[in-house]
Write a protein that binds this ligand. Structure first.
Ligand SMILES: [Mg+2]
Length: 268
């Protein structure tokens, strides 16, 4: 494929642009080159606990200047999905305050406490989780048949010492109590790339499925969301997935590279 036709690059972050707190040396030159050519890149994340501002600060520490609009997050995609599919409903939100702020900012009606007139439930990666919230969600799902949406399906989130339970694990607890599973939004679902394309095509009419590329280090999330969205996909081997994972996976990346330095060579 001719990589010079790509207009919108969707980058996973950890394992693709940096590893933990170490920026890869080719990341800044690659992002600069994309900008220089008048094309667009977005940073894509499933994490629905942090606000975009937390990521802006993290990238800034690594030497990558970024602003709010440089991101596509599962929180933003969830807000888009709610506004498109369930406009005007009153949602009980089990998530962090920054997640709720993001949803409100997009126009979603967010309720903090249980009440009988709640019309839907949204789950995020809730690092401020309480038992009261689990009780509220279980009660609502048991008593009512209402839309039930979750920002991201990840079971765990990596930390410096290992893993902690993420949104998908909490939804597993709710499933054990109620027998109900949510409609998930983040990777591997296609909503984030589709939300990104809809947003960027307003300023760049050349952005379409054939000119959009997702770049990531995980086959079962990054590559899968690209395949499900019908866009181009590039797996880099600088993070989690290995060639063995690719062989075992049902979902196959369109392209595989050692790291993004090869992509930089292809777009120059
Ligand atoms: Mg990654």
């Amino acid at each position: 494929m001719d990589f010079s036709k790509i207009r919108l690059f969707l980058f996973d972050m950890d394992g693709t642009l940096y590893l933990g707190n170490d920026l890869f040396p080719f990341t800044k030159p690659m992002l600069d080159e994309i900008k220089r050519q008048g094309k667009t890149y977005l940073f894509m994340t499933n994490n629905s606990s942090k606000s975009v501002n937390d990521y802006v600060k993290k990238l800034d520490r690594l030497g990558i200047p970024a602003v709010y609009d440089d991101f596509i997050t599962s929180s933003q995609a969830t807000a888009d999905y709610l506004m498109a599919n369930h406009p005007g409903l009153r949602f009980y939100v089990c998530g962090t305050e920054s997640f709720k702020t993001e949803l409100r900012h997009a126009g979603v009606i967010v309720c903090d406490t249980y009440s009988e007139d709640i019309e839907g439930i949204v789950m995020g990666y809730d690092t401020e989780l309480t038992y009261q919230k689990l009780d509220d969600v279980s009660k609502l799902l048991t008593l009512k048949d209402i839309p039930y949406i979750a920002a991201n399906p990840d079971f765990v989130c990596p930390t410096e010492y290992g893993y902690v339970p993420d949104c998908g694990s909490v939804c597993g607890m709710i499933y054990n109590a109620t027998g109900k599973n949510p409609h998930y939004i983040g990777k591997p679902r296609p909503e984030m790339p589709l939300t990104a394309m809809a947003r960027i095509s307003k300023k760049d009419p050349l952005v379409c499925k054939d000119t959009t590329l997702v770049v990531g280090d995980r086959v079962y999330t990054d590559i899968a969301c690209g395949v499900h969205a019908g866009i181009h996909s590039l797996l880099v081997l600088s993070g989690e997935s290995t060639m063995e994972d690719v062989e075992k996976s049902d979902v196959k990346p369109e392209f595989i590279m050692r790291d993004c330095s090869e992509l930089l060579e292809k777009i120059k």
